[in-house]
Design a protein around this ligand. Structure first.
Ligand code: CAA
Ligand code: FAD
Length: 379
């Protein structure tokens, strides 16, 4: 077993770290405060090849492995989890889904601009009445021969306004249950598509989350992904990789908070010594470091399995479950180590604590990850 990262992987990690420090850090508090989408920074991430990291260069991507993706996601998330969720959705849901299951025409038309960062994509599965219970899709896609007509509402869509390409999951044949669900590529500017108001969120406030409604939206048949009835399997398989992305986001939020707490504990004095010399503080840091390293191993293992072409469903769910849980405790302790200073915006840890919460909810709640894990181990 080799735990050594390759030169190329180390270079990707460094490039992401440098970018986060120079381009994301300066405005991150303001973007959080005003819910400002990091448009310029996402454009730069695209130019650096971070928006289609694992996509074959012939489709505009960077052709990197999933391990590099985890490393980059961790570094970006340490500083700005709002930017990293945009990156995660575009890379592991939209680009991966299109590259793996799209046909050649769809890849040329839609994947190339998404992977090269010229456009942003969104993944539309959740609905007001169908979140964890994702097979209960109410959005319909009526088959009209050479086209489908989509009606319904999607909720909580990341990149809802900034994306120009939507991957939409909808029910074509209710009688067939999840085998009657399809996935479609829909241009945001198609008549009948309406973007709802931006959600005012606890965390990842720089990302734009919207409901999207569809009223008699005509989608040509060639925009369906895969065979008729493949949509739910498409969504589940795509979310497997997505969960590696969100696990890495949680890992980055935790390690960002830990690094700040470690630094602060060496500077802040109380009772005549740096607070790191109080064992209660040192033990907190020891627990945080151990939890982060465990989460990192789980993320890297899931990514490694993906790179080897092996089944990574279980590993991805374990990584997401664990990393998102420890992101709560680590960010909470980071605020505690900062004392009162941790409770105000300038020290960053309160934002990281708010950002951590979503990682237990989206791309499958912690309870859903336990469903996936338990079903697999009990099989
Ligand atoms: N990987 C691959 N296939 C899977 C799968 C997985 N993890 N989980 C289920 N499937 C397949 C099953 O094999 C089955 O297919 P077949 O019939 O062909 O065998 C099909 O999906 C239905 O499976 P179940 O009978 O297990 O379905 P279920 O109704 O019991 O639900 C569930 C299972 C795991 C709870 C699923 O509904 C689920 O994952 N829910 C959570 C939805 C979710 O993660 N949403 C995220 C939205 S995107 C997002 O959130 C983006 C963002 O924040 C940034
Ligand atoms: P529910 O499914 O109603 O769950 C409520 C509670 O019940 C949870 O604690 C859940 O774990 C629990 N629960 C439900 N069923 C079970 C069960 N069988 N066993 C045990 N516990 C259970 N969706 C997209 O499609 N695309 C996106 O880009 C996207 N981005 C998002 C961004 C943000 C900021 C947010 C908040 C959400 C986003 N989502 C997105 C939606 C997200 O994936 C869902 O919120 C999530 O899957 C949970 O669904 P729900 O909110 O309907 O909660």
């Amino acid at each position: 077993m080799n735990f050594q990262l390759s030169e190329e992987q180390l270079a990707v990690q460094k490039a992401a770290r440098d970018f986060a420090q120079t381009e994301l850090l300066p405005g991150v508090i303001e973007r959080d405060e005003h819910q400002k989408f990091p448009a310029e920074q996402i454009k730069m991430l695209g130019e650096l090849g971070f928006m289609g990291m694992m996509v074959d260069p012939k489709y505009g991507g960077s052709g990197m492995d999933a391990v590099s993706y985890v490393l980059a996601m961790e570094e970006i998330s340490k500083i700005d989890a709002s930017a990293s969720v945009v990156m995660s959705v575009n890379n592991s849901l939209v680009c991966w889904g299109l590259e793996t299951f799209g046909n050649e025409e769809q890849k040329q038309k839609y994947l190339v601009p998404l992977a090269s960062g010229q456009k942003i994509g969104a993944f539309l599965l959740s609905e007001p009445e169908a979140g964890s219970d994702a097979t209960s899709q109410r959005t319909t896609a009526e088959d009209k021969g050479d086209h489908y007509v989509i009606n319904g509402i999607k909720n909580w869509i990341t990149n809802g306004n900034s994306a120009s390409t939507y991957l939409v999951i909808a029910q074509t044949d209710v009688a067939k249950k999840h085998k009657g669900i399809n996935a479609f590529i829909v241009d945001k500017d198609t008549p009948g598509v309406t973007v709802g108001a931006k959600e005012n969120k606890l965390g990842i406030r720089g990302s734009d989350t919207h409901s999207i409604s569809f009223q008699d939206v005509i989608v040509p048949k060639e925009n369906r992904i895969g065979e008729d009835g493949f949509g739910f399997n498409f969504a589940m398989k795509t979310l497997g990789g997505g969960r590696i992305g969100i696990a890495s986001q949680a890992l980055g939020i935790a390690s960002g908070a830990y690094e700040l707490a470690l630094k602060y504990s060496k500077e802040r004095k109380a009772f005549g010594t740096e607070i790191m010399n109080h064992q209660a503080v040192a033990f907190k840091l020891a627990d945080m470091a151990t939890q982060i390293e465990t989460a990192r191993m789980l993320c890297l293992k899931a990514a490694w399995l993906k790179d080897q072409g092996q089944d990574y469903t279980l590993a991805a769910s374990m990584a997401k479950l664990y990393a998102s849980e420890i992101a709560q405790s680590v960010t909470n302790e980071a605020v505690q180590i900062h004392g009162g200073y941790g409770y105000v915006k300038e020290f960053h840890v309160e934002r990281l604590m708010r950002d951590a919460k979503i990682t237990q909810i989206y791309e499958g709640t912690s309870e859903v990850q336990k469903i996936v894990i338990s079903r697999t181990i009990l099989k």
